[in-house]
Ligand binder design. Sequence first.
Ligand SMILES: [Zn+2]
Length: 313
Amino acid sequence: MRRGTRLASVAGLTCSRRRPAIPAFRGHPAASPFVHFRAAILLLLVPALPAVALGWHTQPHQQITRAAVDSLPTAMQERLGLEKDTLIWVNCMYPDRYRGLAQQGPEKDPNPGPRNRADLKVYCEMPDGRPIHNVTQNRQEDLDSFEFLLGAIVKDVRGRNIVAATRYMGTLAHLIEDSCSPAHVGKLPLAVMELRKTQPIPNPPPWQGRLNEHGGTLRPGDLHGAIELTTLPFNLEGRAPQRAGLTIAESAPKLLDRCYAIAEENRASLLEMVRATYADDLPLMERLRSRAARQAAELLADAYYTALTIAAE
Ligand SMILES: [Zn+2]
């Protein structure tokens, strides 16, 4: 926290909330040295978030979001302008930030964006007040969440409010990523009970004392953290994003079904993942994590591609 506090003060100087509004259309972000500087600052700042999120840790969220955004057509990425970097490094953590899981809430988050829950609410809650985070497995609720976020992205891109559009894109990223997270698909204590029927459970577990992304250490009870600690870098190079449907109403159920299918595949592998984690079988863990992360990135890329294509029509 000492490190996070120091970085927060740096952010206060660097990431001014008074930065100029960003037009909807502009050159490729890489063309501006200021963008390189800004991206470097974001890279420095975001890992300061504490490892208390109940989903993927910060780094996999960023990796999945980045893989999805980078796979979009260049013109589509350019349309996001400077906000592309903010989406990848910051906005994909909005639901955690809103719930106070990241940096104890938005007011202590050193990254750019809304500084209080009231301002974040519109991006992280349904109009009826239900927070958006993981899928709830209530199909109508989840369908409503997908339709709401896709609709908001389309509306704000059409209105050339890219800052708001990429905030909704961040919440959509987090929703898909946490829902496709290997440790989110079942009750871990039940999986451990299942494993105990077939083998002794190592005590202490192999992850005890292992460094986490924030310089702290994993405790014996951090099975969730050990499963999700990180993923290897990856990209969707060579894969063109696909449009899910002609309209949001047609696209949302198809995207949701794919999200459910990925979660189901993770559920089928949960015991294998728990066994691998206790056995410290890192190659197997990475294989299962990478599969989930890549599928989430493909789904997110298609959701973005669908919304941004509809917005341009
Ligand atoms: Zn989360």
